[in-house]
Design a protein around this ligand. Structure first.
Ligand code: NAD
Length: 285
């Protein structure tokens, strides 16, 4: 049976370090603070926000919420972003997306100060991920995959990593992060031919397509380490990943859905806020 990579264990280790770092920053007069900007009240966003607030409170990070009506204008939203940028007491900003139709998401994301972009939504952050430089921050979910592997001692160096999915939120950044850690990386997507054959070459498979059961036994070897990012909810409300659970259980290791990558994401968000606060204070962690 495969080793199960529980997100809560990786999250607990991150949280523990963050509590100490937050205390140290507070002792030096800096209160790490996250702004949450939410337009409307989509169920997913509200649930994620609840988890993020709880995690921040537990670590000692302050949260300032900006809740905007679903029909807010682009100009109003840009004013809020400008307020976040101009408030020296705010160190990081989580902006829920997608934004409602009619709002230019690229313009709004681009307006956020790169140093406060704790979820990797600005061009500066993406550039940082692609150049492996400390400009901005990586998207939290992509980094959560790396944190989970680190926590369980799976090194990326020299390994064959197959990423399924090429979005700018997960697939592309996680592929670049694995590459920066000296993995040999293959990126698959909706037009990839013979997906199972490619997946089967992986030492580490990162599945982020959003298609339930897309990868099954034919794409897994007995030692494959599976990081399943997919969140798929069926008509009965059951949640599953992109990799068939019964088949992942026969691989080398796998992260469950729920309880895997998703459980690490808010801790990564908190980690980025603390790091942004430390950078702003000129402190090194
Ligand atoms: P997306 O729809 O933007 O991208 C999906 C990618 O999968 C695309 O690049 C597409 O080419 C690829 N793809 C689709 N069908 C495919 C197929 N049949 N074969 C191969 N590739 C295929 O989605 P996203 O925002 O990158 O999210 C991916 C998944 O991760 C979703 O299920 C999402 O809910 C989940 N997610 C999880 C977390 C978490 O915390 N665990 C956070 C964000 C998103």
């Amino acid at each position: 049976m495969a080793e199960i990579l529980y997100g809560k264990n990786a999250a607990a280790a991150i949280n523990e370090a963050l509590i100490r770092e937050t205390e140290a920053l507070k002792a030096g007069g800096t209160n790490p603070t996250l702004a949450i900007v939410r337009v409307g009240a989509r169920g997913d966003d509200v649930a994620y926000e609840r988890g993020a607030v709880k995690r921040c409170e537990m670590i000692g990070i302050d949260v300032k919420k900006f809740e905007l009506a679903a029909d807010v204008s682009e100009e109003e939203l840009l004013k809020v972003i400008a307020e976040v940028n101009g408030d020296a007491a705010i160190h990081g900003c989580l902006l829920f997306r997608p934004l409602p139709k009619g709002i230019d998401e690229t313009r709004v994301c681009g307006a956020l100060a790169p140093e406060k972009d704790v979820d990797g939504i600005t061009a500066g952050s993406i550039l940082g991920v692609f150049t492996d430089k400390n400009t901005g921050f990586a998207p939290c979910t992509a980094q959560a995959c790396i944190e989970l592997l680190n926590h369980y001692g799976y090194e990326l160096k020299g390994k064959k990593v197959v990423v399924v999915g090429r979005s700018l939120v997960i697939g592309k950044p996680v592929a670049m992060m694995a590459l920066a850690r000296h993995a040999t990386v293959t990126i698959c997507h909706s037009r990839t031919e013979a997906l199972s054959e490619v997946c089967r070459t992986a030492d580490i498979l990162i599945a982020a397509a959003g298609k339930a059961g897309l990868v099954d036994a034919s794409g897994l070897g007995p030692d494959t380490v599976v990081i399943d990012v997919g969140i798929n909810v069926d008509a009965d409300g059951n949640m599953s990943g992109d990799v068939r659970k019964e088949d992942a259980e026969q691989a080398g290791a796998y992260s469950p859905v729920p309880g895997g990558v998703g459980a690490v994401t808010t801790s990564v968000l908190a980690k980025h806020v603390v790091e942004a606060a430390a950078r702003a204070a000129g402190a090194s962690l």
